[in-house]
Design a protein around this ligand. Structure first.
Ligand code: G3P
Length: 217
Protein backbone atom coordinates (compact mmCIF):
# COMPACT_ATOMS: atom_id res chain seq x y z
CA UNK A 1 0.00 0.00 0.00
CA UNK A 2 1.36 3.40 -0.96
CA UNK A 3 1.51 6.10 1.71
CA UNK A 4 0.42 9.60 0.75
CA UNK A 5 0.76 12.32 3.37
CA UNK A 6 -2.38 14.38 3.89
CA UNK A 7 -0.93 17.80 4.68
CA UNK A 8 0.52 20.98 3.22
CA UNK A 9 3.05 21.20 6.07
CA UNK A 10 6.37 21.09 4.20
CA UNK A 11 8.48 20.30 7.28
CA UNK A 12 6.29 17.35 8.24
CA UNK A 13 6.47 15.99 4.68
CA UNK A 14 10.26 16.42 4.60
CA UNK A 15 10.70 14.49 7.85
CA UNK A 16 8.78 11.46 6.56
CA UNK A 17 10.20 11.76 3.04
CA UNK A 18 13.72 11.37 4.45
CA UNK A 19 12.57 8.03 5.89
CA UNK A 20 11.24 6.84 2.52
CA UNK A 21 7.66 6.88 3.83
CA UNK A 22 6.22 9.30 1.27
CA UNK A 23 4.83 7.95 -2.00
CA UNK A 24 2.82 11.10 -2.61
CA UNK A 25 0.97 13.97 -0.95
CA UNK A 26 -2.64 15.10 -0.84
CA UNK A 27 -3.80 18.62 -0.10
CA UNK A 28 -7.18 20.30 -0.07
CA UNK A 29 -8.39 23.87 0.47
CA UNK A 30 -8.66 23.34 4.24
CA UNK A 31 -5.07 22.07 4.44
CA UNK A 32 -3.83 25.01 2.34
CA UNK A 33 -5.65 27.36 4.73
CA UNK A 34 -4.05 25.58 7.69
CA UNK A 35 -0.58 26.01 6.16
CA UNK A 36 -1.08 29.76 5.84
CA UNK A 37 0.82 29.58 2.54
CA UNK A 38 0.04 30.53 -1.07
CA UNK A 39 -1.31 27.44 -2.87
CA UNK A 40 1.06 27.65 -5.85
CA UNK A 41 4.14 28.35 -3.75
CA UNK A 42 3.59 25.62 -1.19
CA UNK A 43 2.48 23.07 -3.80
CA UNK A 44 5.58 23.75 -5.90
CA UNK A 45 7.77 23.24 -2.84
CA UNK A 46 6.08 19.91 -2.12
CA UNK A 47 6.29 18.79 -5.76
CA UNK A 48 10.02 19.54 -5.83
CA UNK A 49 10.56 17.44 -2.71
CA UNK A 50 8.36 14.42 -3.45
CA UNK A 51 8.68 12.12 -6.47
CA UNK A 52 5.10 10.81 -6.42
CA UNK A 53 1.74 12.43 -7.16
CA UNK A 54 0.84 15.63 -5.30
CA UNK A 55 -2.89 16.36 -5.26
CA UNK A 56 -3.94 19.99 -5.61
CA UNK A 57 -7.65 20.74 -5.45
CA UNK A 58 -9.80 22.94 -7.69
CA UNK A 59 -12.44 25.18 -6.14
CA UNK A 60 -14.70 26.08 -9.09
CA UNK A 61 -18.15 24.51 -9.08
CA UNK A 62 -18.64 24.28 -12.86
CA UNK A 63 -16.77 21.92 -15.18
CA UNK A 64 -15.18 24.64 -17.33
CA UNK A 65 -13.92 26.41 -14.22
CA UNK A 66 -12.51 23.17 -12.80
CA UNK A 67 -10.81 22.35 -16.09
CA UNK A 68 -9.24 25.83 -16.27
CA UNK A 69 -8.09 25.63 -12.65
CA UNK A 70 -6.84 22.08 -13.16
CA UNK A 71 -4.75 23.11 -16.17
CA UNK A 72 -3.35 26.02 -14.16
CA UNK A 73 -2.48 23.79 -11.17
CA UNK A 74 -0.91 21.21 -13.49
CA UNK A 75 1.55 23.87 -14.66
CA UNK A 76 3.14 23.81 -11.19
CA UNK A 77 4.89 20.48 -11.82
CA UNK A 78 4.64 17.22 -13.76
CA UNK A 79 3.64 15.27 -10.63
CA UNK A 80 0.46 17.27 -9.94
CA UNK A 81 -2.74 15.25 -9.63
CA UNK A 82 -5.69 17.58 -10.11
CA UNK A 83 -8.30 17.03 -7.42
CA UNK A 84 -11.96 17.54 -8.32
CA UNK A 85 -15.11 16.87 -6.28
CA UNK A 86 -17.47 14.00 -6.97
CA UNK A 87 -20.19 15.98 -8.76
CA UNK A 88 -21.31 15.77 -12.38
CA UNK A 89 -19.19 18.83 -13.10
CA UNK A 90 -16.25 17.14 -11.35
CA UNK A 91 -16.70 13.98 -13.41
CA UNK A 92 -16.83 16.01 -16.61
CA UNK A 93 -13.64 17.81 -15.62
CA UNK A 94 -12.09 14.44 -14.71
CA UNK A 95 -12.84 13.05 -18.17
CA UNK A 96 -11.42 16.09 -19.95
CA UNK A 97 -8.30 16.35 -17.80
CA UNK A 98 -7.48 12.63 -17.93
CA UNK A 99 -8.03 12.65 -21.72
CA UNK A 100 -5.33 15.33 -21.77
CA UNK A 101 -3.01 12.91 -19.98
CA UNK A 102 -3.20 14.50 -16.54
CA UNK A 103 -3.60 12.63 -13.25
CA UNK A 104 -6.97 13.28 -11.59
CA UNK A 105 -8.01 12.52 -8.02
CA UNK A 106 -11.79 12.50 -7.58
CA UNK A 107 -12.47 13.47 -3.99
CA UNK A 108 -15.34 13.61 -1.49
CA UNK A 109 -16.52 10.09 -2.36
CA UNK A 110 -19.02 8.61 0.08
CA UNK A 111 -20.66 5.76 -1.86
CA UNK A 112 -19.58 2.82 -4.04
CA UNK A 113 -21.76 4.00 -6.90
CA UNK A 114 -20.03 7.40 -6.84
CA UNK A 115 -16.74 5.50 -7.07
CA UNK A 116 -18.07 3.52 -10.03
CA UNK A 117 -18.86 6.77 -11.86
CA UNK A 118 -15.39 8.13 -11.14
CA UNK A 119 -13.76 5.00 -12.58
CA UNK A 120 -15.94 5.27 -15.71
CA UNK A 121 -14.79 8.91 -16.04
CA UNK A 122 -11.19 7.68 -16.05
CA UNK A 123 -10.12 8.89 -12.61
CA UNK A 124 -6.52 8.09 -11.65
CA UNK A 125 -7.50 8.04 -7.96
CA UNK A 126 -10.79 7.82 -6.10
CA UNK A 127 -10.79 9.26 -2.57
CA UNK A 128 -13.39 7.68 -0.28
CA UNK A 129 -13.53 9.63 3.01
CA UNK A 130 -13.81 6.91 5.60
CA UNK A 131 -13.31 9.00 8.76
CA UNK A 132 -16.19 11.29 7.90
CA UNK A 133 -18.48 8.26 7.50
CA UNK A 134 -17.29 6.94 10.87
CA UNK A 135 -18.15 10.36 12.31
CA UNK A 136 -21.78 9.64 11.39
CA UNK A 137 -21.62 6.21 13.07
CA UNK A 138 -21.40 4.53 9.66
CA UNK A 139 -18.58 2.14 8.74
CA UNK A 140 -16.15 3.88 6.44
CA UNK A 141 -14.21 0.66 5.91
CA UNK A 142 -17.26 -0.99 4.36
CA UNK A 143 -17.09 1.65 1.65
CA UNK A 144 -13.43 0.89 0.91
CA UNK A 145 -14.20 -2.85 0.75
CA UNK A 146 -17.18 -2.37 -1.56
CA UNK A 147 -15.20 -0.17 -3.94
CA UNK A 148 -12.37 -2.75 -3.92
CA UNK A 149 -14.82 -5.48 -4.94
CA UNK A 150 -16.44 -3.39 -7.66
CA UNK A 151 -13.16 -2.24 -9.16
CA UNK A 152 -11.75 -5.78 -9.09
CA UNK A 153 -14.94 -7.20 -10.66
CA UNK A 154 -14.36 -5.07 -13.74
CA UNK A 155 -10.59 -4.56 -13.63
CA UNK A 156 -10.89 -0.79 -13.31
CA UNK A 157 -7.45 0.78 -13.09
CA UNK A 158 -8.56 3.68 -10.87
CA UNK A 159 -6.57 3.51 -7.64
CA UNK A 160 -8.43 3.47 -4.34
CA UNK A 161 -6.96 6.24 -2.19
CA UNK A 162 -8.36 5.74 1.31
CA UNK A 163 -8.77 9.24 2.73
CA UNK A 164 -9.97 10.97 5.87
CA UNK A 165 -7.86 8.51 7.82
CA UNK A 166 -7.78 9.30 11.51
CA UNK A 167 -6.05 6.39 13.22
CA UNK A 168 -3.49 3.60 13.07
CA UNK A 169 -6.38 1.14 12.96
CA UNK A 170 -7.70 2.84 9.83
CA UNK A 171 -4.29 2.27 8.22
CA UNK A 172 -4.36 -1.41 9.18
CA UNK A 173 -7.88 -1.97 7.90
CA UNK A 174 -7.22 -0.12 4.64
CA UNK A 175 -4.14 -2.29 4.04
CA UNK A 176 -6.04 -5.50 4.84
CA UNK A 177 -8.82 -4.59 2.43
CA UNK A 178 -6.31 -3.77 -0.27
CA UNK A 179 -6.61 -0.02 -0.74
CA UNK A 180 -3.98 0.96 -3.30
CA UNK A 181 -3.06 4.07 -1.34
CA UNK A 182 -3.82 5.50 2.10
CA UNK A 183 -3.45 9.21 2.72
CA UNK A 184 -3.00 10.11 6.35
CA UNK A 185 -1.90 13.05 8.48
CA UNK A 186 1.79 12.85 9.50
CA UNK A 187 0.80 12.11 13.11
CA UNK A 188 -1.02 8.92 12.12
CA UNK A 189 1.97 7.63 10.12
CA UNK A 190 4.30 8.40 13.01
CA UNK A 191 1.99 6.73 15.54
CA UNK A 192 2.18 3.46 13.57
CA UNK A 193 5.62 2.73 15.04
CA UNK A 194 4.46 2.63 18.65
CA UNK A 195 3.73 -0.53 20.59
CA UNK A 196 3.86 -0.85 24.38
CA UNK A 197 5.56 -4.26 24.13
CA UNK A 198 8.30 -2.79 21.93
CA UNK A 199 9.03 -0.15 24.58
CA UNK A 200 8.88 -2.71 27.39
CA UNK A 201 11.07 -5.20 25.52
CA UNK A 202 13.67 -2.56 24.73
CA UNK A 203 13.77 -1.46 28.35
CA UNK A 204 14.41 -5.07 29.44
CA UNK A 205 17.16 -5.63 26.88
CA UNK A 206 18.94 -2.42 27.86
CA UNK A 207 18.74 -3.27 31.56
CA UNK A 208 20.25 -6.74 30.99
CA UNK A 209 22.89 -5.33 28.64
CA UNK A 210 23.98 -2.76 31.24
CA UNK A 211 24.51 -5.57 33.76
CA UNK A 212 27.00 -7.30 31.41
CA UNK A 213 29.32 -4.28 31.50
CA UNK A 214 30.06 -4.80 27.78
CA UNK A 215 30.20 -2.26 24.95
CA UNK A 216 29.84 -2.83 21.22
CA UNK A 217 31.92 0.10 19.99
O1 G3P B 1 -7.82 13.47 2.28
C1 G3P B 1 -8.99 14.05 2.74
C2 G3P B 1 -8.82 14.45 4.13
O2 G3P B 1 -8.02 15.59 4.22
C3 G3P B 1 -10.06 14.68 4.88
O3 G3P B 1 -9.76 14.33 6.17
O4 G3P B 1 -9.96 14.34 8.57
O5 G3P B 1 -10.76 16.33 7.23
O6 G3P B 1 -12.02 14.18 7.18
P1 G3P B 1 -10.67 14.82 7.35
Amino acid sequence: MKFFIDTADVDAIAELNDLGMVDGVTTNPSLIMKSGRNIKEVTKEICDMVDGPVSAETVALDADGMIAEGRELAKIADNIAVKVPLTWAGLKACKTLTDEGRMVNVTLCFSPTQALLAAKAGATFISPFLGRLDDLSLNGMDLIAEIRTIYDNYAFETQILAASIRSVNHMKEAALIGADVATAPPGVIKAMVHHALTDKGLEGFLKDWASTGQTIL
